[in-house]
Design a protein around this ligand. Sequence first.
Ligand code: GTP
Ligand code: MG
Length: 442
Amino acid sequence: MAATDLERISNAEPEPRSLSLGGHVGFDSLPDQLVSKSVSQGFSFNILCVGETGIGKSTLMNTLFNTTFETEEASHHEECVRLRPQTYDLQESNVHLKLTIVDAVGFGDQINKDDSYRPIVDYIDAQFENYLQEELKIRRSLFDYHDTRIHVCLYFITPTGHSLKSLDLVTMKKLDSKVNIIPIIAKADTISKSELHKFKIKIMGELVSNGVQIYQFPTDDEAVAEINAVMNAHLPFAVVGSTEEVKVGNKLVRARQYPWGVVQVENENHCDFVKLREMLIRVNMEDLREQTHSRHYELYRRCKLEEMGFQDSDGDSQPFSLQETYEAKRKEFLSELQRKEEEMRQMFVNKVKETELELKEKERELHEKFEHLKRIHQEEKRKVEEKRRELEEETNAFNCRKAAMEALQSQAFHATSQQPLRKDKDKKKAGGWSSIYSVTIP
Ligand code: GTP
Ligand code: MG
């Protein structure tokens, strides 16, 4: 026998043997223990309402849970879709339900609706991520963790009677692998019976042809298989919401009153509200929670862990240990870090070199400028020197002329004082000298 066959035999788990008990032991109380533990722990259920502004989301929630949740009307001017979660503590008998209603505020109101689905997808993913982070903690407290993962998305379809809008198809397609979608036709009292029938068929046809997977009520549990199968055929539910009470016969019922008659919310001939409440709350709430965990969250978790480099087995189908994965990731991370460090160092060196070159260039330019200015300065200096020399020469010439003039004047003075008789003639001459004097001395 080959070694691998032997290994397989020794690793095989032994078949459990059936034994009968001699008397009552008590583990048949396990389901009761489970129920009482769950009841004392309480439940959480999270509903996401997606539909255009004013389609009747809040009214339907109030009608479904027979209460009035605090809600504000959304405006039609939101820049983008915004998710608004609100959590309430509800109690029925001794069962506590932590209910979160998340409204996709502003859905369908933007001119460009290309990315309308994105905030919704991001919100759903963020709740999965929070749960995953809690699971990965060393000290995790999943027992009292407030699970905010979306268990169901009620997708409100506008009762146009035509067909689904592309926005509806794109959004549902983006959400179908992340959440259980239950499509509902809102304000079903605004569409006639025959139109509604055709509209339902059209919607289902479009969902199928576009590969949109909506939530199917489970048919594997015998107790509910029949009713769920029937209800699956009624999808999408056409609902009417109202918290107003109207007297019909001698009973007060929730209804919408019109001049021509009364639409009763809980009358199955008028709309599918009762079917929705039955399926969503009374029969399949636990399945919706369970599907969220085992299908949608599991898919998110698997993709996320694979993205992080974890896998169950290596290429040869050998189990992959967490330690090995961690070590491999650590090595990968360290070498990446080293590479980045080297890259940054190189960048720094290049930058320094560049700056050095720039500085050198600036220095050269400055030097050239200095030389140029120096030359200009020397030229100016030479010119000034020239001018000074010329001026000096002019001053000397002037001084010489001045001295000559003074000498002539004194000679003339002496001559006048020695020859008084020739006064008249000399007077004429003196006049002549003074005229010379006034012309030559500036
Ligand atoms: P936002 O939160 O502002 O986006 O609105 P919403 O989707 O919560 O709608 P809301 O429940 O506030 O209802 C808007 C209007 O539609 C109100 O006047 C409701 O009375 C009316 N309405 C709600 N449900 C129905 C319905 O089933 N049929 C009809 N005809 N009108 C409805
Ligand atoms: Mg509302």
